[in-house]
Design a protein around this ligand. Sequence first.
Ligand SMILES: C[S@@+](CC[C@H](N)C(=O)[O-])C[C@H]1O[C@@H](n2cnc3c(N)ncnc32)[C@H](O)[C@@H]1O
Length: 446
Amino acid sequence: MADTQPTLNGIAAKIAELSETFTKYLNENNVPAPTFVADSPTSYVNLSPEIFMVRQKLLDAVNDMWYLTQGPSESIFNYVHTAMPDAAALNTLNYFDFWSAVPIDGSASYADIAKHTSLPEDVVRRILQHAITLRIFSETEPGKPSSRVQHTSRSGALARSSGLRALVSTILDDAGPPMMVMNEALQRYSRGKTELTQEMNESSFALFHSSGIYGKYNNSWELLENDGAGEKKGWRAKNFVEFMRYVKEIFHLEEIVLQSHDWKAAGDVTVVDVGGSAGHDAVVLARHFPNLSIIVQDLPKVRPVFEADLPPDFKSRISFVEHDFFQPQPVEADIYIFKMILHDWPDHEAARILRALIPALKPGARVILFEYMGKQDATEGPPLPRSIQQMGTATDLRLMALFNGKERPVDAWKNIFHAADERFEIASVKANPETFFTVVEAVWRG
Ligand SMILES: C[S@@+](CC[C@H](N)C(=O)[O-])C[C@H]1O[C@@H](n2cnc3c(N)ncnc32)[C@H](O)[C@@H]1O
């Protein structure tokens, strides 16, 4: 079979071909192509679904090229050697906001940056020297002692986008360290068993934070709510809200919410967005459908962000209620939405969350789940590019580390409704392979 295996030249040819198709599309559609300079566009905009696929295939080929150029051993060696320093450098740059220490259209000395970040100049220099190898910042005169630091497109993207900064903070700073004790958590709690432990206090996160530097927490919501002192209290929750808003933006989730239900035909109804963050989905719904009154429920530290961000026009139709979704639902509504909530919890906890709705459910009330589509069935078409599969597999592992949770296939969501209560009747299941989202609607037949 060796002759059917990819070769360096074969992959190079494939890269040339895919890159040609991709750039032709960009040119024909006037999509500005990013470069490495600070004022470059920060992403490719308006890619059609087909050309998005081409881009992902190109990425797969580039990755294969990277692996094969190094050879198997060195590809592992080089990855292992740099993965943690890369992540630690990016997280540190982000935490100390190096992004604003350097003007986007100018430069700063290492001493300026040290002053801005209150870090020793030598530390600043060392972190930046590694970051520069990743094209995050560059030197005005590379290697010269008089050199100053300037933005590249990659550092500039972070300087420009609070959402991207929040994403780095949430994924690296909140979720990163616990992932490194996943092996120890599996060793302690799941080895020798047929299934992953479903106990929240036996996750990698809970193990890491059992005597952790930030305090003792069982899951990341507890950390988000409680970490920080004085004015910093709740800073992680605030970041998380920004992260969710960013996710909505980059994955165009607005459309998925708008098209999930016939909101207009629903009439003058009350909708509860359970775990609705600071109301970004509520605002989308309220803007398009004047017939909806929406109550956003979430944890206490989310309230200040909701209050700061709610556009005044919507004050009469969107409100915020602090509510722990494990507690009995206090609002008798017509429709409850749960967007990207249940994937954070093991099956029995997810069923508990749905069951907590029951005291408020009137016959005919609807519950709509929005979740990222889990693993594709092999019969559902050709395999997706690995670079797309990784979006799901990486989230899945993060959910395992943080919550002993998982990304689930479509059928699993039906089962969770059934496990919660037989009186939930599945009304529709929409799984869209283009958006990678599943929307499951159930009706309460109590
Ligand atoms: C992954 S986010 C999804 C947010 C929002 N639905 C969206 O799609 O953007 C999960 C949300 O659940 C909230 N949450 C976590 N535990 C909760 C609890 N026990 N009660 C209420 N909300 C909770 C978090 O604060 C967070 O806003």
